[in-house]
Design a protein around this ligand. Structure first.
Ligand code: NI
Length: 215
């Protein structure tokens, strides 16, 4: 049985064939899909997908590139929506210093807020961390009782060994990229039961489909 632990089927890239695609997944060996929210709008779409498709579960949270979209009113909605049936995690949440759409302090504040939410409701998190490992780890260490997935794991073997007590490492198409030396090392050195698969679709299509829509 294959579970895609991180997908974005709410994305407009799937507007033309979403229904057909999701209905066909079980025949293609994908038993379950966790659709992961990034903005509040995509969280709401995610809830809709979990209702429409028996094989789709959801994670709700605000991505570091979208933190401005999290108004107090939205956070109130999130606090309640997280209890909905088939919502299995808080995510994706974290820090992105590559795009730096918002200042570090603002990203960290919203990240901590959502880590607290996960802690309070006792659900796992899906972590997004890009060029921000040091600050990501600092915040995760403040929440030793929260567990989850390090989505699209971007770190070293050393860091992986530090986090695998609480976090599974999400491995996707990046592993097949020519420049993926660090991730290959991680996969070779970390026990298989600490690795999980994900597509991050429509992004991160593996070689030789790199740059095309992932599904
Ligand atoms: Ni994602």
């Amino acid at each position: 049985m294959i579970i895609d632990t991180h997908a974005h089927y709410d994305d407009e890239a799937f507007d033309k064939d979403r229904e057909k695609l999701l209905d066909s997944m079980q025949n293609r060996g994908i038993e379950y899909i966790v659709n992961v929210g990034a903005s509040i709008a995509s969280c709401k779409t995610t809830v809709g997908l979990t209702r429409r498709f028996p094989n789709v579960y959801g994670a709700l949270g605000v991505h570091p590139d979208e933190v401005a979209s999290l108004t107090d009113e939205d956070f109130d909605w999130l606090k309640h929506a997280i209890y909905k049936p088939k919502i299995v995690a808080v995510g994706e949440i974290g820090l992105d210093y590559h795009w730096m759409t918002f200042p570090k302090e603002q990203q960290q504040e919203v990240f901590r807020k959502q880590m607290k939410l996960a802690q309070r409701v006792g659900k796992p998190v899906a972590i997004h961390s890009r060029e921000a490992m040091e600050d990501t780890l600092k915040i995760l260490k403040k929440f030793p009782d929260v567990k989850g997935i390090f989505h699209c794991y971007p770190g070293s073997v050393e860091t992986a060994k530090e986090v695998i007590d609480n976090y599974y490492l999400g491995i996707g198409g990046v592993l097949t990229f020519k420049n993926a030396k660090k991730l290959v090392e991680v996969v070779e050195n970390i026990p298989l039961d600490k690795l999980i698969i994900e597509t991050d679709c429509p992004y991160m299509a593996p070689t030789p489909y790199r740059g095309k829509r992932n599904e």
